[in-house]
Design a protein around this ligand. Structure first.
Ligand code: NAD
Length: 499
């Protein structure tokens, strides 16, 4: 049995807590490794090492820090196949999708090469007579990232690339379900020239997470995962005086207007609803056609396309559209929600329950499911299913469709398909959701913009990547300076005002 290690101070370190979690191969159902679950003491040692390493790293000029990112990008390209294979083996997504996972993280590493620019402050010469005011951005110290299973390469990189380029040391607590790629990324950072101890990967569960939330030397926490945990981490971390940003679950609507190109909308729904088995926070899980005619046309066109989707292990390469769910528990949960939808009275147009793959019968596979006539009160509408299940919720008017998305508790992503600029403009301005697509189903912004949901999809301030990431992982110091030649009038006991 392969025993995964922590990665601390540039080295592989065996777990000493005596607690482990199984790492599964979702395509076969086998346990392929065990991952150590850190105790608070193991975590505290890693934080101590990070704290020491941060001093020199924070004093290294930002351009040199950016060069480590530049080399890291080159190494990610070199090891792309290896990373994608390790990722698919533990997560289950197809190889091309696993490469996409690495690439969308790599782009944030590329963005972080620009650290010198983002660390720049402001300067006002002669703000008052003989007085200059300037500001500088400084790293926070030791910061942490707690990340989910569904993007084991991209999301750790969203967190540690800008944080480290800004001069912080980093503790990464990745998902215990697919822990290998985060370790590989940390090894590559060392190869790229990062001093030991600046990036540490500590595997674990609630115990390690609580350790991060309570440790006095952790200055900031970036979390991505489900909403209940996001809310917990936000409350406990901020109660402990830390800077915390937490991104949670989603229920992303795609509105299809009567003037939309139905073929294009169907292509978009099939890819965005079922890609990665629906295990994406930006997956489209609700299609909202406007008007009966649009809805009938859409469902008629969707049904054969959904039925034709190919489900299988990543080892089958291009012959597979999506893979298994991540665990047997996830399979049980998603199947249970589909059962619930049937009980609630939604029409199950395509039923993927009970799907068995011919060569991998014990893999955690479920076939694609398509519901029609889903309504606002149903649990399958209210809850994030996080599986290959698309719900069609019919709206009579544009206003009804917008109302559904506006009232839903989640506000991560949303899309509208239309040929009408006026409708699209009204929608983008009015909708209370963080990321909006116009004829684009998965509007994940590129690295130089920021990513973040609204409502119960995001807690705290500032978004991920883009300029916000540098703001989140730095603090501003403002200096008001006057040189001795300007001090002539002696002490002053009134508040200084501009002269
Ligand atoms: P999760 O909440 O189960 O786990 C996320 C992290 O929290 C993991 O590192 C895990 O070890 C830790 N954790 C789990 N239970 C904990 C507990 N009780 N106490 C402390 N820590 C705990 O999420 P997941 O299943 O790994 O990921 C899927 C979820 O993430 C979905 O809800 C998805 O929408 C969301 N997600 C959101 C975004 C976004 O940017 N909004 C992006 C990707 C995924």
């Amino acid at each position: 049995m392969n025993e995964i290690t922590h990665f601390i101070n540039g080295e592989h370190v065996k777990g000493t807590s005596g607690r482990f979690a199984d790492v599964l191969n979702p395509a076969t159902g086998d346990v392929q490794a065990k991952v150590p679950l850190a105790s608070k003491d193991e975590l505290a040692k890693a934080i101590e090492i990070a704290k020491e390493a941060q001093i020199a790293w924070g004093n290294t000029n930002a351009q040199r820090r950016g060069r480590v990112m530049m080399k890291f990008v080159e190494l990610l390209h070199r090891d792309m196949d290896k990373l994608a294979e390790a990722l698919s083996r533990e997560h289950g997504k197809t190889l091309p999708d696993a490469k996409g996972d690495v690439v969308r993280g790599l782009e944030v590493a590329e963005f972080s090469i620009g650290a010198p620019h983002f660390m720049k402050g402001e300067y006002s010469a002669a703000a008052s007579t003989g007085i200059d005011i300037y500001s500088m951005r400084q790293p926070l110290g030791v910061v942490a990232g707690i990340t989910p299973f569904n993007f084991p390469a991209m999301i750790p990189m969203w967190k540690f690339c800008p944080a480290i380029a800004a001069g912080n040391a980093f503790i990464l607590k990745p998902s215990e379900r697919d822990p290998s790629v985060p370790n590989m990324l940390a090894e590559l950072m060392i190869e790229a020239g990062l001093p030991k101890g600046v990036l540490n990967v500590v595997h674990g569960d609630k115990e390690a997470v609580d350790g991060i939330l309570d440790h006095e030397d952790i200055q900031a926490i970036g979390f991505v995962g489900s909403t209940p945990i996001a809310e917990y981490i936000y409350s406990r971390g901020s109660a402990n005086g830390k800077r915390v940003q937490c991104f949670g679950g989603a229920k992303n609507h795609m509105i299809i207007m009567p003037d939309a190109d139905i073929e294009q909308a169907v292509d978009a729904l099939v890819g965005a609803g079922y890609g990665a088995a629906g295990e994406r926070c930006m997956a489209i899980s609700v299609a909202v056609p406007v008007g009966k005619e649009t809805a009938d046309k859409l469902v008629a066109a969707l049904k054969p396309r959904v039925e034709a989707l190919r489900v299988g292990p990543y080892t089958e390469g291009d012959n597979v559209d999506f893979g298994p769910l991540v665990t047997g528990d996830a399979l049980k949960r998603v199947t249970g929600l589909v059962d619930k939808g049937v009980e609630e009275g939604a029409d199950l147009v395509v039923d993927g329950r009970g799907f068995k793959h011919s060569t991998n019968p014990d893999g955690f596979f479920i076939g694609p499911c398509l519901f029609d006539n889903v309504t606002e009160g149903m649990d399958i509408y209210k809850e994030e299913i996080f599986g290959p299940v698309l719900s069609v919720m019919r709206a009579e008017t544009y206003e009804d469709a917008v109302g559904y998305a506006m009232r839903h508790e989640y506000g991560n992503g949303v899309a509208i398909f239309t040929r009408d600029g006026d409708t699209a403009r009204d929608f983008t301005h009015r909708i209370n959701v963080g990321m909006v697509g116009v004829n684009v189903p998965i509007p994940v912004p590129l690295a130089y913009y920021t990513f973040g949901g609204w409502k119960r999809s995001g807690f705290g301030d500032l978004n991920q990547h883009g300029p916000d990431a540098f703001r989140f992982y730095t603090r501003t110091k403002t200096v008001t300076s006057r040189w001795p030649s300007g001090v002539k009038e002696g002490a002053s006991f009134t508040i200084p005002v501009m002269e």
